[in-house]
Design a protein around this ligand. Structure first.
Ligand SMILES: O=C(O)CCC(=O)C(=O)O
Length: 375
């Protein structure tokens, strides 16, 4: 799978990005935007036969950026999960964790940050295991669209949560702004439906700051909680390619994503606990890509009272929910300002990334790649 010639130049400049002409080249150079990692540590206790793997050490910013107000369905900050089919009841473990971690001053010491954590937290039963992609890359689709080469991937699995995978820092740092640029300049634009333009009609005027979600492929109906029988449009090729690279790399084989929901989070936004159950075939995974600012992500169980694991997701991280983890409760109680993006270097002098960089510094974007149809 080779990156199409237009990547990353496909998106024609739109009003919102009218000053952004080029993204620049995707190769790394010494001045590029750095991933939040500067040193590596060795994980404790790799399983037998596994190579110990190195995890980059995150540099978490200590200062919080000013928070931006935004419209939200049920209160000023929270993206209600009422549009999803199943929500966590009041009083459940998931709801309690959500209420705890939505507090800005909550103690984050038990949030698992895979970029800094030293392997297991208990000697007997590791919470997570981490390994490079297993040896032979033959047969895997060729990586593209800003993904790092497979030999740089670190795959984290969770013995008590089979089917949950995290691939930290999976995208080249230089590609993050390009993904953000596509999310704001393309995915959130007509003809794709969004919360501020439900029909995806061209010519609608709205502030980018008000966009909270966009749907692509089979457009999710937030009221009926169903997908239509036919797609409105094919998914962008970068979505289907990345989804297929990821499922192959974690051992799930071929995956043909047909649907995506893009969530746009200002710093104050959160997404309340829910289960994604509306897709017709739950044997198919759900793949989540994160860009921009970081988030606390809560992963629970099929019961809202099951144990909840808080994980930090950073820009460039990928999370996969499959198997026993496909229908678990999950939530995003808090977005954290952890990094500062700067304009890419080496661009033509007329290229202006100001609006993308400003957005990246004050928002998180999450793209979930799904399959709605049975395969
Ligand atoms: O933003 C995230 O990391 C999770 C998004 C999510 O749960 C969803 O779209 O169903």
């Amino acid at each position: 799978m080779v990156a199409p010639a237009w990547w990353p130049y496909r998106t024609p400049p739109r009003d919102v990005l009218k000053n952004c002409n080029h993204f620049g080249n995707m190769k790394r150079n010494s001045n590029e935007e750095k991933s939040p990692s500067s040193k590596s540590i060795r994980l404790n206790s790799p399983s037998e036969g596994q190579q110990p793997c190195k995890i980059p050490m995150a540099e978490m910013a200590t200062t919080m950026a000013p928070e931006s107000p935004m419209p939200a369905p049920d209160n000023q900050n929270e993206q209600s999960a009422s549009g999803y089919e199943v929500q966590a009841p009041a009083g459940s473990a998931m709801r309690a964790a959500f209420n705890r971690f939505k507090q800005r001053k909550s103690d984050l010491s038990d949030v698992l940050d895979l970029r800094v954590s030293e392997g297991s937290r208990t000697d007997e039963s590791p919470i997570f295991e981490c390994r490079p992609l297993l040896g032979d890359f033959e047969g895997l689709p060729e990586v593209c669209h800003g993904l790092r080469p497979y030999n740089e991937w670190t795959i984290t699995t969770f013995p008590s949560r089979p089917g949950l995978f995290v691939i930290n820092d999976a995208f080249e740092p230089s590609s993050h702004l390009n993904w953000l640029r596509s999310a704001i300049g393309e995915y959130s634009q007509p003809p794709n439906p969004t919360n501020v333009n439900l029909t995806g009609e061209a010519g609608e005027k709205y502030a980018l700051e008000a966009v909270r979600w966009a749907t692509l492929g089979f457009d999710y109906n937030w009221t009926t909680k169903e997908y239509p029988d036919v797609p409105r449009a094919p998914l962008p090729v970068e979505f289907t390619d990345v989804a297929n690279c990821v499922t192959n790399a974690v051992g799930l084989g071929e995956f043909h994503a047909d649907t995506a929901i893009v969530n746009y989070y200002p710093l104050k936004a959160r997404l309340s606990p829910h289960v994604d159950r509306s897709e017709r075939d739950h044997s198919q995974p759900l793949i989540s890509l994160s860009f921009g600012q970081s988030a606390i992500y809560l992963t629970g169980g099929v019961s809202a009272d099951d144990e909840v694991l808080p994980i930090m997701l950073h820009s460039g991280d990928i999370l996969v929910m499959a198997g026993t983890q496909r229908l678990v409760f999950h939530a995003v109680p808090q977005v954290l300002k952890t990094r500062t993006f700067s304009p890419p270097v080496g661009l033509p002098s007329d290229a202006d990334f100001t609006s993308v960089v400003a957005y990246a510094n004050t928002h998180r974007i999450n793209i979930t790649l799904r399959r709605t149809l049975p395969s």
